[in-house]
Design a protein around this ligand. Sequence first.
Ligand code: NAD
Length: 500
Amino acid sequence: MVDTPVIDKTAAARAARFRHFIDGEMVESADGRMFEKRRPFDNSLVGMVSEAGRAEVDAAVMAARNALNGPWKGISVEERSDMMRAVADGINKRFDDFVEAEFNDTGQPKTMMSHAFVPRGAANFKSFADVVKSVAGEAFQTPTPDGAGAINYSIRKPKGVIGVISPWNAPFLLMTWKVAPALACGNTVVVKPSEETPGTATLLGEVMNDVGIPKGVYNVVHGFGPESAGAFLTEHPEVDAITFTGETRTGTAIMKAAAVGTRDVSFEMGGKNSALVFADADIDKAVEGLTRSIFLNCGQVCLGTERVLVERPIFDEVVARMKAVAESLRPGHPEDKHTNFGPLISQEHRDKVLSYYAKAKAEGATIVTGGGVPDLPGDLAKGSWVQPTIWTGLADDASPVREEIFGPCCHIRPFDSEGEAVRVANDTEYGLATSIWTSDLSRAHRVAQEIDVGITWVNSWFLRDLRTPFGGSKQSGIGREGGVHSLEFYTELRNICVKL
Ligand code: NAD
């Protein structure tokens, strides 16, 4: 991912370098512009990241355009599928490097990288290698007045150069979730990873070269959003479509850019997900699933739960048991095997989460546990840590109940009827995911169909099958990705009508 640092007296000059990956080469910005990448758990410097200007973004987009019309164009679906498998194998060959890069990016415990996030990144390439090989077209026999008829059939073509804008919360998994189907469908990509997580996207460039993906098919430019690489990429007229994961308000800005040239978008955005726990639920399983959905990745999971609704007869028991789990979490150095709770991504994000901890207090919450910053020794005290936090007693219109916080926290509210639970769950501008905990099968189906979200789990959470449609309703997204649904965005469906 990074090369030997230049020997110099300044820390910045000694640090690792994250360069753009353009047309198969690692390059720095012509004006030498860079920004710092720091480790979330102790704020130490990981390295310096090149910041792309318009010139670098233009070079990356034109490399993608040339590859699309050049070496990538003649490659058959079977060959592309084999290449996607080779990329997955290439990632697995350098598994430890990817774990290290993801660890430096996010600061979460390494077990999470090695058990979930890196293997899932490789799995994305394998999954879409299979999908593209098994897609059927459609055909119709059409009657005509002369009686001879016509045949209509459809074919799928790559959409073109895809701009991929990705977030920091599970950077490798979420970036490959878009890059894998895009390339498997024959497109070329320019990726703008989050400024917080430059590591794995850069490292993937090396794998692309190692396994022989033609130059220019996969490109990476680093930088920020507005007035930087993100905006330059989404505004670029040679980008045919944009796939984005991140905050809803960023999606709004990107949609405005995409409107120029009426380019297609696929958006996976914010959420304020609910969980509904009925009195007949298996409480052990519900508490285990709920607490995972709230505290995993320090609460920085788009599908995570921030609003827990519990049927009144079991309310006190569920609150007490969730409090016990929250207080058993152990923050610490992410390489310590006893650590099972990591930091937030950055000091800036910590300020945001702590502002909601303060708002909850000011708006009258009962703080069941947490609400502050944990005491950690030595350099860890400089990291972006917050305590796992549970509130009760907030009104339905309180800001910590309505706005996405994206931290390790939730509000727990009692309910008295199924209708009330459904009404409260739907009382949000978001519609990403929900989980329902009950042993009544009829109720599970009934409630699942009433909640306005893209993904509903019953008696589980984050159980993913990559072939299923993934995406959000309302302000949580536009479009669905996953399995054949990804083809809707990453290919252009064309109709051919043959008069017989
Ligand atoms: P963000 O919107 O701040 O940034 C995401 C990306 O957009 C980054 O690469 C950023 O540099 C870029 N960006 C920002 N402004 C831009 C602009 N004007 N033009 C072009 N690019 C721009 O999001 P984040 O803080 O990195 O991620 C957290 C958010 O992502 C949360 O809201 C979370 O819910 C959401 N998320 C959603 C899903 C999902 O599947 N629905 C998955 C993961 C994260």
